[in-house]
Design a protein around this ligand. Structure first.
Ligand code: X2X
Length: 331
């Protein structure tokens, strides 16, 4: 019929125009570049989106937090305001704007990788995503930076007392200030960009980061001879899009972006977990003294940091913490 023909003709004309408002290129912010699992997670996302959209959706990665002049704690705000279109970001760096993300930074909440998954893949994970969404950013998928281990230049650390007076570089949320103060250390908050220079000059004695970061950034070369595997927390990564930008995509392309983020995240989580043992062996070979904690030593750290839960539960939300703890217990 004429009407059908008209509908077909209209579609044919409008279909290419419908996406005329897409940007030629979308900015994607990360802290760590391609040499690290974190950067590889972003690379994979960008590749999958390009491939699956037939080159219609192009994203460009800006690493080293360069879109926020190196201040990774400003990444979330920049995304919310639309200065940054997209990001693969750490829960630590976004926690100043999304207090619920401090959940993952609670010391010794998650004993192993299954505990991380129990949170992110369940009800607690949904609660965290809705907390992000409420603040103007659309979360799509999870990735992983990894369990953060403690290094320093002075001596082996196997008990809280060993941290007394040590200057430790910490990142992001003030929660870290409280954890390291509770342990008797002198924490100093600074960006990743400032961390290596501070370790090099001895302005700080120690730091905490996943083994992959310690390895790739060659933290051993700046005098960090002692490493304690205390697994006190892990920071998931979140693939996300500024909600202002998100709304401009068609529902099909939203689904494409989300699926690609999920696939990239799953790939990166598996890869980085599989690499931990080799990375540790490499670090040992370079002469770093690695300390593992027995159950008793571990408990002493748990006890010493209990006050952090009292102080931070109201900001994280009691319901969220409870959902997370229940998921972990059932893992
Ligand atoms: O700054 C850090 O320690 C890093 C790279 O791990 C984060 O961005 C959380």
């Amino acid at each position: 019929s004429r009407r059908t023909l008209l509908a077909i003709a209209t579609c044919a004309v409008l279909a290419p125009l419908a996406h005329a408002d897409y940007k030629a290129e979308y900015t994607v912010s990360t802290v760590l570049p391609s040499a690290f699992p974190w950067g590889q997670a972003a690379d994979r996302w960008v590749e999958l989106v390009k491939e699956r959209s037939g080159g219609r959706i192009n994203m460009k990665i800006y690493s080293n937090s360069q879109l926020v002049s190196g201040d990774q704690t400003k990444e979330f705000s920049a995304m919310r305001s639309g200065l940054i279109d997209m990001a693969v970001g750490s829960t630590i760096n976004w926690s100043p704007q999304v207090p619920e993300l401090n959940l993952f930074s609670l010391p010794f909440l998650m004993p192993d990788s299954n505990a991380i998954d129990a949170i992110t893949q369940g009800e607690a994970g949904k609660m965290v995503f809705s907390a992000i969404e409420k603040r103007g950013v659309t979360p799509l998928a999870w990735g992983e930076n990894g369990f953060r281990e403690l290094s320093n230049s002075k001596h082996a650390i196997s008990k809280p007392d060993d941290l007394k007076g040590l200057k430790i570089r910490v990142v992001g949320s003030p929660l870290f200030q409280d954890t390291f103060t509770a342990l008797g250390a002198n924490p100093t908050q600074m960006s990743w960009a400032d961390a290596k220079p501070a370790l090099t000059t001895g302005a700080v004695d120690g730091q905490e980061n996943p083994l992959s970061v310690f390895d790739v950034a060659r933290i051993d070369q700046v005098g960090q001879k002692y490493l304690t595997q205390w697994h006190y927390m892990a920071d998931p990564l979140v693939f996300a899009v500024s909600t202002r930008v998100w709304r401009e995509f068609s529902p099909e392309d939203q689904q494409l972006l989300k699926q690609a983020a999920e696939d990239a995240g799953k790939w990166e989580i598996e890869k980085s977990r599989a690499e931990v043992a080799d990375t540790l062996a490499k670090i040992r070979e370079r002469g770093v003294e690695v300390t593992d904690l027995n159950a008793e030593q571990h408990d002493a750290f748990v006890k010493a940091t209990e006050s952090v839960y009292q102080k931070w539960t109201p900001q994280i939300g009691e319901a969220l913490l409870k959902a997370a703890q229940e998921a972990i217990a059932k893992r």
